[in-house]
Design a protein around this ligand. Structure first.
Ligand SMILES: [Zn+2]
Length: 148
């Protein structure tokens, strides 16, 4: 089952990555079991934002309670790689495991080529396993094609 990121949400996170460049951007996608509904941009508070990201804990808590109020949850954590591929780094994997955030998807935006951003989604398991999930931008289309 692919992970649904509707086009406006996809446009939003790509735009966030480009605007934040050369720093890494980060944020969360809130939604439900059907996919993402909305991106919440979160300030990157890492002291070296050009190489790493750390989500501002206050903004993260706010995004979580806003999701909660709508009956939604955090379905993905996204961040950009300005000079490397859209694949979780060793640090990303360690951070995911250590922070206990292994339920949501990890969405990576690569800006190796600024005019051709690449977006990929992964699950990171408690035992440091990285598995890619395809992204779809159209939930209805997916349902149609799987029905036929
Ligand atoms: Zn990373």
């Amino acid at each position: 089952m692919p992970f649904l990121i509707p086009k406006p949400v996809l446009a939003d996170i790509i735009s966030h990555a480009l605007i934040a460049d050369p720093e890494e951007c980060c944020g969360v996608l809130i939604g439900d079991e059907n996919g993402a509904d909305e991106a919440k941009r979160i300030k990157n508070t890492h002291p070296e934002p050009i190489r790493r990201y750390e989500m501002d804990p206050v903004a993260l808590a706010r995004a979580e309670s806003e999701a909660d109020a709508k009956g939604l949850k955090i379905v993905a954590i996204y961040h950009s790689h300005t000079h490397s591929q859209a694949y979780p780094s060793k640090t990303d994997v360690n951070n995911a495991v250590q922070s206990w955030w292994t339920e949501p998807y990890y969405v990576l935006i690569s800006l190796v080529e600024k005019t051709r951003p690449i977006v990929r989604a992964f699950k990171i398991s408690d035992n440091h396993q990285v598995t890619e999930t395809p992204i779809t931008t159209d939930g209805d289309q997916y349902v149609e094609t799987t029905r036929s």
